[in-house]
Design a protein around this ligand. Structure first.
Ligand code: GLN
Length: 245
């Protein structure tokens, strides 16, 4: 905001901010006080060691979502699909860390895809990520019905409509709220993922901390192996479900 690096503040501690700078800073404090995420004030957010452009058209990347990338790196894969890519943070971090991978990334929001495209260019992986607009798997089905993926990743909306979320109204509803139960989109992903996975392929899906029992039971019906992973707070936050080899 001062148009300078943090280091300059230490090198010139006596510097007095100009009145316009004080006013601009106060305006930011007021916006934060009204509940706007810091990432919306700065226009950026770090995720998996990379800096991402963030606007009000995308979910602000969250640290627990890094679990998806950690697990994707451990499993590896040449063909990845990120469903509901938002800022592109998961697809892009995977493309950066898995240099052989080609990634397809879908989102229902064209505005989000434009942010994601810029983020991919910023991190030099745009030529390995194919961004497609549409609902969940629809863009993939429209491309080529035989397209199969080694890994399908998703941080979909999983909050129940009416549930209190700190950033409600600040982040896009379409990225947060799934429906009255909260599990509606998770269910659709579980139903449609098997036919889009290669043999032995894996679905990695972020979930709410109270949804593990539901998704685990549901996934057992259609996947070969099912695991729930906990985040650094010890909460169950990610489903891993693999197709038989
Ligand atoms: N974890 C987010 C929240 O509770 C929700 C993100 C999502 O629905 N994918 O604010």
């Amino acid at each position: 905001m001062l148009g300078t690096e943090r280091l300059q503040l230490y090198l010139d501690p006596a510097r007095k901010p100009a009145a316009a700078e004080v006013d601009a800073y106060r305006a930011l404090v007021r916006r934060r006080g009204a509940g706007e995420p810091v990432a919306h004030l700065t226009g950026k957010k770090e995720f998996y060691g990379l800096e991402f452009e963030v606007t009000t058209d995308v979910l602000v990347p969250r640290p627990e979502t890094e679990l998806l990338v950690d697990r994707a790196r451990a499993l590896g894969g040449a063909r990845l699909l990120d469903v509901g890519t938002g800022s592109g943070c998961v697809a892009i971090a995977c493309a950066v860390r898995l240099p052989e991978a080609r990634v397809t990334a879908t989102d229902v929001s064209q505005a989000a895809l434009e942010v994601a495209q810029r983020n991919a260019e910023r991190h030099g992986v745009a030529e390995r990520i194919d961004f497609r607009q549409g609902d969940l798997f629809a863009p993939v089905d429209a491309m080529d019905t035989s397209a199969r993926f080694d890994l399908i990743l998703s941080n979909p909306p999983y909050v129940a409509t009416g549930e209190t979320v700190e950033t409600a109204g600040k982040e896009p509803d379409v990225a947060l709220f799934a429906g009255p139960q909260g599990t509606e989109i998770l269910e659709r992903l579980l139903d449609a993922a098997p036919e889009h996975l290669a043999p032995g392929g894996t679905l990695l899906m972020e979930i709410g901390e109270d949804q593990a029992g539901f998704v685990e039971g549901r996934a057992r019906a259609s996947f070969g192996s099912v695991t729930i992973h906990t985040d650094l707070a010890g909460l169950p936050r990610m489903l891993e479900a693999s197709s038989p080899p």
